[in-house]
Write a protein that binds this ligand. Structure first.
Ligand SMILES: Cc1ncc(COP(=O)(O)O)c(C=O)c1O
Length: 372
């Protein structure tokens, strides 16, 4: 691989890609490998199903487990983190109906992803339990876990992000999971985890982890994963009933109707790519210090506190009014700057993701446009 990290990605001269993962760029080596295996097997897919596909899929699951840092028996591929969380909630419902566990309340924070909030509201109504939303505005990482631990009680179901979106705060899930796992079920939204920060080995098996791999894991769009503690595995089923529905945990998720299987099968390349990045990139940390300094000069921005702990993303409250927001959005769009800039909980937020292809020139273009 080249030593210039930008060369590892497609050339996007006039675009400033400050979003991440597959909304940014897929590395050339992974794109090429995906095309190669697709060409190799596409024309003769029936014979590939009989001869090769299952082995390749199982190898991909082993690479996935290495990438995540868990045991290959405990993890399965699913399409994305949203699907993983829906599987988790519908499976917990199965465990409740079987009297294996109780859920008295669903607890979450006010910085969770919007579709997650919609999903939790649906299940709280269905199960006729309260949905408790903890306000974590303007708290540090330590303060967030302290507040959650004060509120959480036996038989609560906690759904919490490892890194929130778009606020990009780090939440100390090691402390949280270790403190509550004997009393509560915990689902962790790990959308921003793989390739960005590790999950402590000691907490696998103590919570349900839902991953997205097409963000910092550099998989093609539509690849996610789900890791489930042993005691809950028998309740965990795919959302669709298909060939292996009644088989053991791993096989159940192998075939959930016909879908594009190849994006899963690049797992070995993604693992190699991560190893390369781990030894050649500081996950954006140096660049982040530079960006912080430059963005501090933009009077309309105020840094979000618990975000300092995250290396590759920066989030700011935008202090302008709605007209200012609309004007700045237009300016960024016209300058071809792709960045998360939107409204969450009535606050306007700007989130910048620093990828291996992000340059100082990209940052200067952004600062320049924000200052207009
Ligand atoms: C924290 C968080 N959760 C969930 C999601 C949803 O991801 P997906 O669309 O891959 O399911 C995102 C996407 O940005 C996210 O940032």
């Amino acid at each position: 691989m080249s030593s210039n990290l930008k060369n590892l990605f497609p050339n996007i001269d006039d675009r400033v890609a400050l979003n991440h993962g597959s909304y940014g760029l897929l590395p050339n080596c992974i794109r090429n490998y995906l095309n190669k295996i697709r060409c190799l097997h596409e024309d003769n897919f029936l014979s590939y199903i009989d001869n090769g596909l299952i082995d390749d899929y199982q190898n991909a699951v082993c690479c996935l487990a290495k990438l995540i840092g868990c045991d290959s028996d405990d993890v399965v591929f699913v399409r994305n983190v949203t699907t993983a969380m829906e599987i988790a909630l519908s499976s917990i419902e199965r465990a409740i109906c079987a009297n294996y566990c109780k859920v008295k309340r669903i607890v979450t924070t006010n910085h969770e992803y919007t579709s997650t909030k919609i999903m939790l509201k649906h299940y709280a109504e269905k199960w006729q339990v309260d949905l408790v939303v903890i306000d974590i505005d303007d708290l540090t990482t330590k303060q967030i876990s302290h507040k959650v631990l004060q509120i959480i009680d036996k038989d609560d179901l906690l759904l919490i992000s490892h890194i929130t979106s778009p606020h990009a705060e780090l939440i100390d899930i090691t402390t949280l999971v270790n403190s509550i796992y004997r009393d509560c079920i915990c689902i962790v939204d790990c959308a921003h985890t793989v390739g960005s920060l590790e999950i402590a080995k000691e907490i696998f098996g103590k919570a349900i982890f839902c991953f997205t791999l097409h963000k910092w894991g550099y998989f093609p769009r539509g690849v996610g994963a789900l890791s489930v503690p042993n005691n809950l595995k028998c309740y965990f089923k795919p959302l669709v009933h298909s060939w292996f529905y009644d088989d053991d945990f791993n096989k159940r998720f192998l075939w959930t109707g016909t879908e594009d299987i190849f994006p899963y099968l690049v797992a070995n390349k993604c693992f190699q790519f991560k190893q390369y990045l781990d030894s050649n990139w500081d996950r954006g940390l140096k660049l982040k210090n530079y960006v912080r300094k430059r963005l501090n000069s933009v009077s309309k921005l105020q840094a979000i506190k618990a975000n300092d702990e995250v290396s590759n993303m920066l989030s700011y409250y935008f202090l302008g009014d709605k007209d200012d927001f609309a004007r700045t959005s237009q300016i960024l769009k016209e300058a071809n700057i792709e960045v998360w800039f939107g409204i969450k909980n009535e606050q306007i937020i700007l989130r910048i993701s620093l990828a291996p292809y992000t340059s100082i020139i990209d940052i200067e273009k952004l600062v320049n446009k924000l200052n207009i």
